[in-house]
Design a protein around this ligand. Structure first.
Ligand code: CA2
Length: 146
């Protein structure tokens, strides 16, 4: 079984730590990446960490994860808008954990709906960068693929 886990990040997450620290905290995306690499090493995962502001590029990243051990996906605002991302997650057949830094259910109503949640293995939100760590641990806890 592959030990590769893709950690994929959507639009504006490159701005983490530079704006809106009240909602998203002080950690930068580089800090989140370092956290994922440390946890990935502890779990025996090879981490591929990527960010894009483009919906189509995120579809490509998901397709490129075919055959991987898992995906940890923070699709950011596309979570709430994108049928294309949902179709990509459903098509690629890789266990995917949807993660969010913030507790989307404690925020605006438009953030309460996710196009992704019905096709992912599980959802973790509200724990800041630890949401990603918990996502990696969730993947590690899954039984091996047949
Ligand atoms: O809580 C999360 O992780 C979100 O996926 C973040 C998205 C938001 O649209 C989702 O509803 C919840 C927004 C990411 C934008 O990140 C920024 C970081 C710093 C400054 C501005 C935006």
């Amino acid at each position: 079984m592959s030990d590769t886990v893709h950690v994929l990040n959507g639009p504006n997450l490159n701005l983490l730590g530079t704006r809106e620290p009240g909602i998203y905290g002080a950690a930068t995306l580089a800090d989140v990446e370092a956290l994922c690499r440390a946890e990935g090493a502890a779990l025996g995962f090879e981490i591929h960490f990527r960010q894009t502001n483009s919906e189509g590029a995120l579809v490509d990243f998901i397709q490129e994860a075919r055959g991987a051990r898992g995906i940890v996906l923070n699709a950011a605002a596309y979570t709430h808008t994108s049928v294309a991302l949902r179709d990509a997650v459903a098509a690629v057949g890789v266990p995917t954990i949807e993660v969010h830094l913030s507790n989307v259910f404690a925020r605006e109503a438009f953030r309460h709906h996710s196009f992704l949640s019905p096709v992912v293995r599980g959802v973790i939100c509200g724990f800041g960068p630890q949401s990603y760590v918990l996502g990696l641990r969730a993947l590690a806890s899954l039984p091996p693929a047949p």
